[in-house]
Design a protein around this ligand. Structure first.
Ligand SMILES: Cc1ncc(COP(=O)(O)O)c(CNCCCC(=O)O)c1O
Length: 453
């Protein structure tokens, strides 16, 4: 077997082609997997069996020279494409100036620029402030700090099927126990969970999903806990890890109004839905929401670790000086990358591009679903689309069918991710710069894969 050289570089110049040159996984990936087994603990699991060598545009090339169509974007992160030019150029230039000062020691302009951009771009015409962090979970943790400091209340309301992170507080906020929380308790108190408006699985059917969820929220907050104990309600505008659950139109505005009436802060967790992913810059815009606080990460910096809390100035300023911090929070290279992401989204019209991609996926998948009873539901918005697989004629989850489709796609050079509380959701998160021919090829492979079910 001749050794295949890795591409000279990733990024948009990477050949945008699907190409298989070895079995999947190939020999180099197998070698690395053996080393990994000796060096890493078993708790860290990768969904794909191939090790990356380069990525860019709509493809990822593995260490054996196989070029895959990427329908995952590293879980909604490389929306502007991997190693996108403006991201790399800005980050490299920054790295040459300084790699780190700790903003709590020596501040720098890049951090301020990112905050100014987020204050401008996030929905709501109120005066805002932004604080930067490293991960989505850290942003959610700090959003709760701000909410508690601003309201003087301890309680946090979250929803079934929610995912907010893997730290102690965000584990308490995340719904699914295994794998995210198992063996790690006890968890923090004062986190209360309400049923989610989940149209496909609503007890009273789609038409009553919002009504039933609102009734349950009122019961939880007004009767069981007491509204005066609740600092904030935290919700993903489209639930990500829980299975790309899109609440019925009207539900999110009803929750926001419910909160406003009770002095409870409405926090939109846009870690997975933010930055053009859903066909708006932020998913909250779809129904005209202006959240009191918004958490962002993932797509914010195109792969460099950066997260943010953006909120009403009076809320953000309620925390005492020195109350918020972190050694790496708002790392300068990540800030430079974020400015490159924002510039790319705006220069390349990626918000509109996400809508075009979403229309392509929804048209093809609803067409397939009509003739395939294993596809129980097709849903999503923009380039955040999913199908939920069930046993034919039922809503019984079929995670085995998901695994079968993922494996079929892997073997044919297409990377697809799963999701869902029941492990029975296939989610599609292609880079927004995915070329048309790769979108078409990927959808054709998916069509073949569903035909095997
Ligand atoms: C809505 C929403 N809020 C918060 C988070 C947490 O963001 P971090 O950057 O992973 O901490 C996420 C991260 N989702 C991917 C988790 C991957 C895994 O660990 O299995 C999210 O989607």
């Amino acid at each position: 077997m001749s050794v295949v050289e890795a591409p000279a570089a990733g990024g948009p110049q990477l050949e945008q082609v699907r190409r298989l040159v070895t079995a999947i996984p190939g020999p180099r990936s197998l070698e690395l997997a053996a080393r990994r087994a000796q060096a890493l603990p078993a708790g860290i699991v990768s969904g794909q069996p191939v090790f990356a060598a380069a990525a860019g545009g709509g493809v990822l090339v593995d260490v054996d020279g196989n070029s895959f169509i990427d329908f995952g974007s590293g879980i909604a992160v490389t929306s502007v494409g991997n190693s996108a030019s403006r991201v790399v150029e800005r980050a490299v230039e920054q790295l040459r100036q300084f790699t780190h000062t700790c903003f709590l020691v020596n501040p720098y302009e890049g951090y301020v620029e990112v905050c100014e951009a987020l204050n401008r771009l996030t929905p709501g015409d109120h005066v805002k402030r932004t604080a930067l962090f490293n991960s989505g979970a850290e942003a959610v943790e700090n959003a709760v700090k701000y909410a508690r400091a601003a309201t003087g209340r301890p309680g946090v309301v979250v929803f079934d099927h929610a995912y907010h992170g893997r730290t102690l507080l965000t584990m308490a906020m995340t719904a699914k126990n295994n794998p995210y929380k198992k063996d790690f308790g006890p968890f923090t108190a004062e986190v209360h969970r309400a049923p989610m408006a989940y149209p496909f699985r609503a007890p009273g059917g789609r038409e009553r999903a919002a009504e039933q969820a609102m009734a349950a929220l009122r019961d939880l907050v007004d009767v069981q806990v007491g509204a005066d104990q609740i600092a904030c309600v935290v919700i993903e505008p489209i639930q990500g890890e829980g299975g790309f659950i899109v609440p019925p139109e009207g539900f999110l505005p009803a929750v926001a109004e419910f909160c406003r009436e009770r002095g409870i802060l409405f926090v939109a967790d846009e870690v997975q839905t933010g930055f053009a992913r859903t066909g708006d810059m932020f998913a909250s815009e779809h129904e005209g929401l202006a959240p009191d606080l918004i958490t962002t990460a993932k797509g914010l910096a195109g792969g460099l670790p950066l997260a943010a809390v953006t909120g009403r100035a009076e809320i953000m300023d309620a925390v005492h000086p020195g109350g918020i911090g972190g050694t790496y929070s708002g790392n300068p290279a990540a800030c430079a990358a974020a400015l490159g992401v924002i510039e790319t989204i705006e220069a390349e019209g990626l918000v509109e591009r996400a809508r075009v991609i979403g229309d392509r996926f929804l048209a093809r998948l609803t067409g397939i679903a009509d003739g395939n009873p294993v596809i129980g539901d097709v849903r999503g918005r923009g380039a955040m689309i999913a199908v939920e697989l069930v046993r034919p004629g039922t809503t019984e989850p079929d995670p085995a069918a998901v695994a079968q489709v993922i494996r079929y796609c892997q073997e044919r050079g297409l990377l697809v991710l799963s999701a869902g509380t029941y492990g029975n959701v296939l989610r599609f998160l292609p880079p927004l710069v995915m070329p048309e021919h790769l979108l078409a090829e990927g959808l054709d492979i998916l069509t073949e894969a569903f035909a095997t079910l």
